[in-house]
Design a protein around this ligand. Structure first.
Ligand SMILES: [Zn+2]
Length: 454
């Protein structure tokens, strides 16, 4: 057998327990996986026991292009993704302008990503009031699903859904065979508490956190599940921040509702107390929670009730985050570059989570849930989208390490024990030795139709 690339002696995290194997790549696909593969290769990569995982598929990022590329953009955003071991990402419909709520807006975003993306990109469409009619043209172009906000999105051009729009949209999405993703926080509770705090001049981080209590998330999740159940729509709850939120989703799934959820690295690793120390760099919605919630989320990840982790990379210029008023500062954490190394450092090294669980939560599950063909597996026939990780590293993250357009992150200064060494997409190295390699070659990914998927 002759390979284009032959990766020697990596601890392969794929099907079954991780073990030392070779991986042969030909024509962009994984051709063979096995011990000491025979055969010639154009390029050989000796790994000396590094971990080899399926490339991260970050299911929740905001690249902000077109329209707000000064916040991030496909060039810098996908450099960060590739540096962090991601080979694909699913971009949210908002924070770009126009938001991806029409076919024309989809086409415009597609042109941007095909020009400068370094990893593959799939697109979420948006579900907004007055936008149900446009769902068909978005589905025809290949969105993976539709994102809706149950509370204010924080940006003027992407309105929150009312319950009727959400119900109508879920009925339409069910017909189209696509999921609806919800940002689940109650607008009535969060807006009411925020108004009360600001009227009393309480605008510190602690006041912002108190204005978005766990019950705001739980109440919205219950409502989303009820609408999913009634409409027959597949629903995905993004960035769940509480163990009780995950438990609501898991209980509904157990009784047959097609509902799933994700959390983000910052809800696993950082607490409300960290947010008070770090300030607006750690401002997000839902906000960071007490230690008991982070422990509950790790527990849910371990027992499988929480199947997915995504970064919710939500960058912005520092000027938008530097306000003294925590309510006025932009809410969003830059985190796509650090997700995998953070999960391996904090999850596998500190909490002894199995490696294959991290691979499933950041790649395999995402590919299956959003029907991205040939992705998320280290198996013959799959795309050779792979990441090599040095598991015995020790380094402190500095702002200069970040590839984001705006180099801020709540994880700067933190010590990591796993480092991404190389990222390959369809067998081609796109990141190695700390450097981006080659020209942008990311592609638009579209989901298989239900009849195509197994
Ligand atoms: Zn988001």
């Amino acid at each position: 057998m002759s390979f284009d690339v032959l990766i020697r002696g990596a601890v392969v995290v794929g099907a079954g327990a991780p073990r030392r194997l070779d991986v042969g790549v030909a024509d962009g696909l994984i051709a063979e996986v096995g011990p000491e593969l025979a055969g010639a290769a154009t390029g050989e990569i000796r790994t000396d026991g590094m971990y080899l995982l399926p490339g991260v598929i970050d299911g929740h990022v905001h690249m902000n292009e077109p329209g707000r590329a000064d916040w991030e953009g496909f060039d810098t955003g996908t450099r960060a993704l590739a540096s962090g071991g991601a080979t694909a990402a699913i971009d949210m419909p908002l924070n770009a302008h126009p938001p991806t709520v029409t076919g024309a807006a989809f086409d415009e975003k597609r042109r941007c990503l095909e020009r400068s993306a370094r990893v593959d990109i799939a697109l979420w469409g948006g579900l907004v009031p007055g936008g149900v009619e446009a769902m068909d043209e978005l589905a025809a172009r290949g969105v993976v699903g539709f994102k809706a906000f149950m509370c204010s999105s924080g940006i003027d051009d992407f309105a929150a859904v009312d319950d009727l729009t959400l119900y109508d949209g879920m009925c339409r999405a069910a017909t189209l065979g696509l999921p609806v993703a919800v940002h689940a926080e109650s607008e009535v509770i969060t807006a009411g508490l925020a108004q009360r705090a600001r009227a009393e001049g309480r605008t510190a981080m602690r006041d912002f956190i108190a204005s978005r209590p766990a019950v705001a998330e739980l109440q919205a999740i219950v409502r989303a599940i009820a609408l999913a159940d009634e409409s027959g729509c597949s629903v995905h709850v993004v960035h769940v921040s509480t163990g009780r939120g995950v438990a609501l989703v898991a209980a509904a799934r157990a009784r047959g509702v097609d509902v799933s959820c994700e959390t983000c690295p910052h809800y696993l690793v950082l607490t409300d107390e960290d947010a008070e120390v770090l300030g607006n760099v750690a401002k997000c919605a839902p906000p960071l929670r007490p230690r008991a919630e982070t422990d509950a989320l790790w527990g849910a990840l371990r027992d499988g009730t929480l199947p997915m982790v995504a970064s919710d990379h939500s960058p912005a210029p520092w000027a938008l985050k530097s306000s003294d008023d925590a309510f006025a500062a932009w809410g969003g954490i830059s985190g796509c570059q650090t997700m995998l190394s953070l999960l391996l450092s904090e999850g596998c090294d500190r909490r002894e989570l199995p490696l294959e669980l991290i691979a499933a939560a950041t790649s395999g599950y995402v590919a299956r849930r959003f029907r991205l063909p040939n992705k998320g597996r280290v198996e013959p026939g799959a795309d050779a989208d792979l990441v090599l990780v040095e598991p015995a590293a020790s380094y402190q993250l500095s702002a200069e390490d970040l590839q984001y357009r705006h180099r801020h992150s709540p994880f700067v200064g933190r010590t990591f024990s796993a480092r991404v060494e190389r990222t390959l997409i369809r067998g081609r190295t796109v990141f190695a030795n700390g450097q981006i390699v080659g020209p942008p070659a990311g592609r638009l990914l579209t989901p298989t139709t239900e009849t195509e998927s197994s």
